[in-house]
Design a protein around this ligand. Structure first.
Ligand code: ACO
Length: 331
């Protein structure tokens, strides 16, 4: 017989590297300009990891802050899940490396490869573990060092990405707790897998001198096609969660979507008919940090007092796969 418990987000933290690369810096690297980037994407700055920083280093810093805000110690964590597509190595998992850095031993740790919704996927998995009573405190991280796999000669992609980490703790909620994870949805359609891909470096196309020369270890994207699917997939996922929980859009205090393009966020907001001032946006500061965008923005909004206890927050994302998913919480 499986017990059924509730889950809540009990702590959040984020970390971004110190080095800032803004649109004017990019003008010096590639044939682009501040005006194009701002009007087409809403981005202005992005952070770049230092040469000695890998995904696990960023994730570790974010995790310390999340633990502190949850008032927990590393030994209280009984599962570590990392959403990433730019982990330290193909293996071992970045989750194992973060566990080592935090001094966590003998608890399960694994990565989830789901592109930008990596943190949403990881949260959905954590939810199952907490709800069925297996875990009490799950460390759920979204982290990317995408600038290591960006081709700075390709203006179509290089302006879009940045590095960062967001960490959250999903804990068992007490029956009297106002905070609760209400519902979650994840989905994928592999038929669109070619639209957003790092072609080389895996078993299909192992690294050779030629693949490196041809820059096949970098991000390749058909931006236009992804754009249309992004709005569609996030809308259906949000709509499903609202309908399944008998909520209408007016009950949502905050909409927090993946920060990939301001025009995508605006188009989704419009389609959902949600007030503009209920939409959380930080894309101008960090650009697209893939799996890290939502947990970074969530932490910022909580720390700045924007999101308050009891607020209903709907989070939604899409990305390489193509994958999509949402998480609905009462904070
Ligand atoms: N600077 C100047 N001009 C540029 C740049 C640039 N950085 N990039 C492209 N252009 C040019 C193109 O060459 C093209 O010129 P042309 O008309 O002479 O051929 C023109 O601008 C228009 O290009 P489009 O690709 O049609 O521009 P669009 O308005 O679609 O914007 C963008 C491109 C920003 C990539 C947009 O399509 C987008 O945001 N797509 C979704 C990206 C995304 O969300 N990815 C998923 C997440 S990432 C992940 O999972 C890892």
């Amino acid at each position: 017989m499986v017990n059924r418990y509730y889950a809540k987000i009990s702590g959040t933290g984020h970390y971004v590297p110190e080095k800032v690369l803004n649109n004017f810096d990019l003008e010096k690297i590639v044939d682009t300009n501040d005006e194009w980037i701002r009007t087409r994407t809403g981005m202005f700055e992005r952070r770049i990891a230092a040469p000695d920083q890998a995904a696990s280093d960023l994730a570790y810093e974010a995790s310390l802050k999340a633990l502190e805000s949850a008032n927990l110690r590393a030994k209280d964590i009984d599962l570590v899940i990392v959403g990433t597509i730019s982990g330290d190595h193909a293996f071992p998992s970045t989750a194992c490396l973060v566990s080592k850095k935090l001094g966590i031993k003998n608890v399960p740790a694994f990565d989830v490869s789901a592109g930008c919704p990596g943190w949403i996927y990881a949260s959905n998995i954590a939810l199952q573990f907490v709800e069925n009573g297996t875990s009490k405190n799950v460390l759920v991280i979204g982290v990317e060092v995408l600038t290591r796999i960006v081709n700075y000669e390709d203006r179509n992609t290089c302006v879009l990405f940045g590095d960062g980490a967001g960490a959250t703790i999903m804990s068992r909620a007490e029956p009297k707790d106002i905070s609760r994870v209400i519902d979650s949805d994840i989905s994928a359609d592999g038929h669109y897998s070619d639209l957003l891909i790092q072609p080389a470096g895996g078993s299909k196309m192992p690294a050779t001198e030629q693949t490196v020369k041809d820059k096949l270890h970098t991000i390749h994207m058909e931006g236009n096609k992804v754009f249309k699917l992004a709005v569609k997939s996030m809308y259906s996922s949000c709509d499903l969660l609202l309908k399944r929980n008998n909520l209408d859009v007016k009950s949502i205090d905050w909409l927090l979507t993946h920060q990939a393009n301001l025009r995508i966020i605006d188009a989704l907001g419009k389609k959902m008919k949600i007030d503009k001032d209920k939409v959380i946006i930080n894309i101008e500061k960090y650009a697209n940090t893939s799996a890290a965008t939502i947990p970074i923005a969530l932490d910022e909004a909580i720390r700045s007092g924007k999101i308050r206890k009891g607020d209903i927050v709907l989070m939604s994302s899409f990305g390489a796969g193509l994958t999509s998913g949402s998480l609905l919480i009462r904070y």
